[in-house]
Design a protein around this ligand. Structure first.
Ligand SMILES: Nc1nc2c(ncn2[C@@H]2O[C@H](COP(=O)(O)OP(=O)(O)OP(=O)(O)O)[C@@H](O)[C@H]2O)c(=O)[nH]1
Ligand SMILES: [Mg+2]
Length: 322
């Protein structure tokens, strides 16, 4: 049996359950999740290592979670859609995730347009089937989608309840070409820990605030000093107005404390060290429409820049101490 591998893009409208699926397939929390649409803002890579078993193919599935497909109305939104397009480029397979509890709407159609343009092989993934007790109700929805694109497979799942995921994994692997392992076995993501820490803080903002605040907020980690036992992190939560800042800080600083405590516990779990987390809140009017500010948030671009700015020596990976 050949070893199979390939890049698989997870695409769909906001809130369909893309990040929940990524985390469930990889078995680790790589992407933040919230009930609010447009939670994910960057593409997030997660590697599933499938061991070779008796009579079964082994392989490597490189999943790429993407921001929800939408028509952007800000620099941030346009950047999110660039992330979606970049993830689609050169992938071997696209998983179009739909929420079966919702009717097909223009955002689903927009996602299908993108698949059509890319001419990629695609599966239709019917997510949230736990919300639909009568499975026969899925048939008209499948028909509707099939009219719009020639899907290679249709797979019903519940990413949240982890139903149908074994089947999905098998079907994905069978659709991938014979190929090498692109990543070592202990590597499950390319995200730097400091970016994941910023996302964990942002997730707490999303879960603890409402209305405009989740959309008007971003988090930047200003310093990150990792020690053997203790990691010191300083981060700033940016919002757009002083009123939002007041809500994020809360009466007597209570809201900020709540966000900080929940985030710290999760970051400690991720890093395996104690964490000292210092949070600041700052109003940065109109940041979502500032191209330069939005670019600052892109860790891939930041790493590239740093490589160009630093002398060649410091670009080398750390050497073994042996
Ligand atoms: N009932 C049910 N809820 C689900 C399922 N999968 C995801 N959800 C919920 O749907 C909401 C959105 O999930 P996400 O994984 O953040 O969705 P997303 O597609 O990544 O959203 P964006 O990043 O905003 O595009 C969360 O509240 C999830 O708990 C599922 O299988 N069943
Ligand atoms: Mg997401």
């Amino acid at each position: 049996m050949p070893f199979r591998s390939g890049f698989v893009c997870i695409l769909g409208r906001p809130n369909a359950g893309k990040s929940t699926l990524l985390n469930a397939l990889v078995g680790e929390k790589l992407a933040i999740i919230s009930p609010k649409p447009q939670t994910t803002r960057n593409r997030i890579q997660g590697v599933v290592h499938v061991p070779k078993r008796k009579g079964k193919d082994g392989g490597q599935i490189v999943l790429i979670d993407t921001p929800g497909v939408h028509k952007p109305d800000s620099s941030l939104g346009r950047k999110m859609m660039v992330e979606v397009r970049e993830a689609l480029e050169g992938c071997d397979l696209v998983l179009v995730i739909v929420d079966v509890a919702h009717k097909l709407d223009p955002r689903d159609q927009f996602a299908l347009e993108l698949v059509k343009q890319s001419k990629a092989r695609a599966f239709l993934i019917l997510n949230k089937v736990d919300l639909i007790p009568e499975k026969s109700k899925l048939l008209p929805l499948i028909e509707e989608y099939r009219k719009l694109y020639d899907f290679a497979e249709v797979v019903p799942i519940s990413a949240l309840k982890r139903k149908g995921l074994e089947d999905l994994m098998k079907t994905i692997l069978a659709a991938l070409p014979a190929g090498p392992a692109y990543f070592p076995e202990d590597e499950i993501t390319d995200q730097p820990a400091r970016f994941m820490a910023a996302e964990i803080i942002r997730e707490q903002v999303l879960l603890n605030t409402s209305e405009e605040i989740p959309y008007a907020t971003t988090v930047i980690v200003d310093n990150f000093e990792e020690g053997k036992r203790l990691t010191r992190i300083g981060a700033t939560i940016y919002c757009e107005r002083d009123g939002q800042k007041g809500i994020l800080v809360g009466k007597g600083g209570r809201m900020l404390k709540k966000i900080g405590t929940s985030a710290r516990i999760q970051i400690e779990r991720m890093l395996g060290t104690k964490v000292f987390l210092e949070l600041y809140v700052k109003a940065e009017p109109g940041w979502r429409d500032s191209r330069s500010f939005v670019e600052e948030l892109d860790w891939r671009r930041q790493l590239e820049h740093r490589m160009f700015e630093q002398p060649a020596d410091s670009q080398a990976p750390p050497k073994s101490r042996a």
